[in-house]
Design a protein around this ligand. Structure first.
Ligand code: FAD
Ligand code: UDP
Length: 371
């Protein structure tokens, strides 16, 4: 049996970046994944010339130049800028909340008018120190926008009322008094040309990879194959759920090929912000990589409706629920993980942390850098 310096459990972004960095340091690396493909949640699958984001829309954004140069050294990134549109009961609004949104909502044309309108709406509520998401949202952008663009969407996304959710969730969204529909404030943004799978393929080039294998089916055999393990799966599973299950929010995707429809919604992301529409948003995948004439040159399109769901054991774990109960549980598992000498825990599932892609890369730099 061949012996490796490192066995990496998981071919997602954390596993792939680690594999690349270890390879550069001269180590031999093997990767395994329980899925039938590489890439974890950033995996894209080419269907009729369109790269489908199988596990939800992934937009790369960062202000870290080292990370940006790193990903661009494998594959070129395009000029995609995320500018979602919100559909509220048939009327469209630009996101994130900016002068276009304020004009569409109130007809105001200057920053001064927009600020005055928000201030007027805030006054009615007397919120000095926002205690929950509803209060935070009203303080930031007033009642009208909260009711149309936040209330229903957030309740669908989190399965809870805005008054029961922490204020910080909404602070992630920019509020701008300029006509700027860019969803992110980061300096660099784009999608890898050819999809994320190409990026991952290039990172793990030269490493042995085995797919469709669950590490826990033959843990002893795998452990014997390497001096050290990098584990990127769920931390509670590694320890056999001995303290109980960590909770997640999950998403289910209803994907449809629309033959003969070159352009379904004119944008990659349209959010349905009312409470009644059962899905949260529709993604039209071709808009991540096709611009201008290329959209019509490709005769079909592929869309995915996203439904946010409460997670049950067995579902795909997507968003860690960082409430007190789960944070305490994670701390117990982390103590067990820290006591391991041969195994390193890294990435979104092993650290039970909502990492964006650029953060996962920074984390892999840090973890592998310390080895
Ligand atoms: P994963 O991608 O989950 O990889 C873990 C891998 O380990 C998986 O392939 C899994 O199959 C494998 N594995 C687990 N257990 C085992 C086992 N027992 N045996 C073998 N293999 C195993 N980030 C952004 O920057 N921008 C975005 O727009 C964005 N959108 C997102 C949308 C959604 C719906 C979600 C869920 C996340 C989004 N993210 C986004 C975050 C991004 O997906 C993560 O940062 C990144 O994928 C995490 O990589 P990872 O390697 O830690 O985890
Ligand atoms: N949000 C909203 N309406 C929208 C988009 C977002 O109310 O049209 C809220 C929602 O509560 C969400 C939060 O803003 O959880 C953060 O949005 P983001 O797009 O960053 O969420 P993600 O899907 O990345 O978690």
């Amino acid at each position: 049996m061949k012996k490796y310096d490192f066995l990496i459990v998981g071919t997602g972004l954390f596993g792939a970046v680690s594999a690349y960095l270890l390879k550069q340091k001269g180590y031999s690396v093997k990767l395994i994944d329980k899925r039938a493909h590489i890439g974890g949640n950033v995996y894209t699958e080419n269907v009729r010339g369109i790269n489908v984001h199988k596990y939800g829309a992934h937009i790369f954004h960062t202000s870290n130049k080292e990370v940006w140069q790193f990903v661009n050294s494998f594959v070129e990134f395009n000029r995609y800028t995320n500018s979602p549109v919100a559909n509220y009961n048939g009327k469209l609004y630009n996101l994130p909340f900016n002068m276009n949104t304020f004009y569409q909502m109130w007809g105001v044309k200057t920053p001064e008018e927009a600020k005055a309108k928000i201030e007027e709406q805030k006054q009615e509520y007397h919120i000095a120190d926002p205690q929950n998401l509803e209060e935070q949202a009203i303080s930031l952008i007033g009642k009208d926008i909260y009711e149309a663009l936040i209330k229903g969407y957030t309740q669908k996304q989190w399965g809870r009322k805005c008054t029961e959710l922490p204020a910080f969730i909404i602070k992630r969204l920019p509020v701008r008094f300029t006509f700027d529909n860019n969803y992110f404030n980061d300096k660099y943004q784009g999608i890898p040309e050819g999809g994320y799978t190409v990026l991952i393929e290039k990172m793990i080039e030269g490493c042995d990879v085995q797919l469709d294998v669950d590490y826990f089916d033959q843990k002893d055999v795998w452990d014997a194959q390497a001096d050290r393990i990098i584990y990127t799966g769920e931390i509670d599973r590694y320890f056999n759920y001995q303290y109980g299950h960590l909770q997640y929010r999950t998403v289910s995707f209803e994907t449809e090929l629309l033959e003969g429809v070159p352009n379904y919604q004119g944008n990659a992301v349209v959010n349905y912000t009312d409470a009644e529409t059962p899905f949260t948003r529709i993604i039209e995948h071709k808009h991540f990589e096709m611009f201008g004439q290329a959209i019509t040159d490709c005769p079909d399109t592929i869309i995915s409706r996203e439904y946010s769901k409460e997670w049950q054991p067995g579902d795909e774990p997507y968003y860690p629920v960082n409430d007190d109960k789960n944070s305490e549980l994670y701390a117990k598992y982390k103590a067990l993980a820290d006591a391991q000498t041969k195994v390193i825990f890294g990435g979104r599932l092993a650290e039970y942390k909502y990492y964006d892609m650029h953060k996962v890369i920074e984390r892999a730099f840090e973890v592998v850098g310390q080895l």
